[in-house]
Design a binder for this molecule. Structure first.
Ligand code: TRP
Length: 336
């Protein structure tokens, strides 16, 4: 097999099901890249435990569901290593090491930390793990000394911090164990922020998110997709077919742009009052179900024992690379 450069990415297992926003924002890119790169595809279970009080009740089961979603979406376990973070203990060990070269002030300024902290109910304690979230993420990444890291736009600050940690380590221990890596980010605005099925109180689309209960999940059945699309937010002032639509503010039109090759014509007719919202919805139900069909087929062929052995193999492959990097780091630190 020809040598391939490595890339690494992952998602938190805080929910058992991935939605279209997760797919468009990151997973789609991983699937595309896996032919050209050796992809390490991680389910971040430790990362799902960083918010005290909001801890999933069965993280092990959640992680396996996320792994199944990766495969359903087209990650090929024969070429990519799919694994669960906690199955590769080197992640925890390098995290500890990195915590020695990372300033607390820097972590307190990370935007995702500030947001999470504000979201917490008043008086609730912030865990040490939440502050260290990006340090663990740096360990996830740098253990594989990757060429690049394909992620959604929102992760850019974490990647920047990972590069800083790599530089701090290299300079503290006068070595070059951790080379620079690249961000691989899809700049498409719609894909990086797929709207949910609803709108906020001002009638403005907001992003797809489990907490808003406005998601289309990769595991939704044909009927669920149909039901959800029928109830989706459209231009409020378009009552009759002849009223002009505003596709930019309509969830159904936004999805048509993602999933229908004819979206331009559909949008045009929507604006001209030549198409009604129900017509758009019925086109969308068809194209979306067509799009999800191979996902459903792949998922139906996955049983628990297949997933288990795939994850075991994935963890073994990941450990080969991770343990090598950890040895290099320890050597540079004069621990050995
Ligand atoms: N923080 C990422 C997210 O919320 C998940 C993640 C954990 C990750 N470790 C990673 C992403 C390493 C890329 C690389 O989506």
């Amino acid at each position: 097999m020809a040598y391939k450069q490595r890339i690494l990415s992952g998602m938190r297992a805080s929910n058992p099901r991935l939605h279209l926003g997760n797919y468009e924002g990151a997973l789609r890119n991983w699937v595309k890249l896996q032919d050209d790169f050796k992809l390490y595809c991680m389910v971040a279970d430790y990362h799902a435990l960083t918010t005290m009080g909001d801890i999933p009740d069965n993280i092990g089961a959640y992680s396996r569901e996320v792994a199944k979603d990766y495969i359903s979406a087209g990650i090929d376990p024969r070429q990519s290593s799919v694994f669960i973070q906690s199955h590769v203990p080197e992640h925890a060990e390098l995290h500890l090491i990195f915590s020695m070269v990372t300033g607390v002030g820097k972590l307190e300024r990370v935007p995702t930390y500030k947001e999470k902290k504000e979201d917490l109910a008043e008086g609730r304690a912030v865990s040490y793990g939440l502050l260290g979230y990006p340090v663990l993420q740096s360990a996830d990444i740098l253990l594989y000394r990757p060429h690049g890291v394909p992620v959604g736009k929102d992760q850019a600050p974490h990647l920047e911090l990972s590069r800083e940690i790599a530089r701090s380590f290299n300079s503290a221990f006068d070595c070059d164990v951790f080379p620079e890596f690249k961000d691989i980010i899809d700049e498409d605005d719609l894909r990086s922020k797929v709207p949910g099925l609803d709108a906020d109180d001002n009638g403005v689309l907001r992003k797809m998110s489990k907490s808003y209960d406005n998601c289309i999940y990769l595991t939704d059945t044909e009927d669920e997709v149909a039901r959800k699309v029928k109830g989706a937010f459209t231009t409020p002032s378009k009552i009759k077919k002849s009223d002009p639509g505003i596709p930019e503010g309509c969830a159904v039109c936004q999805y048509l742009k993602l999933y229908s090759a004819d979206w331009k014509t559909l949008w045009d007719e929507d604006v001209q009052g030549e198409r009604g919202c129900m017509q758009n919805k019925s086109v969308l139900i068809d194209v979306l179900n067509e799009f999800l069909r191979p996902f459903r087929e792949r998922r139906a062929s996955l049983d628990d024992s297949t997933i288990e052995s795939m994850l075991k193999q994935g963890a073994e492959e990941a450990r080969q690379c991770a343990s090598e990097t950890l040895s290099l780091a320890k050597k540079a630190m004069r621990l050995t």
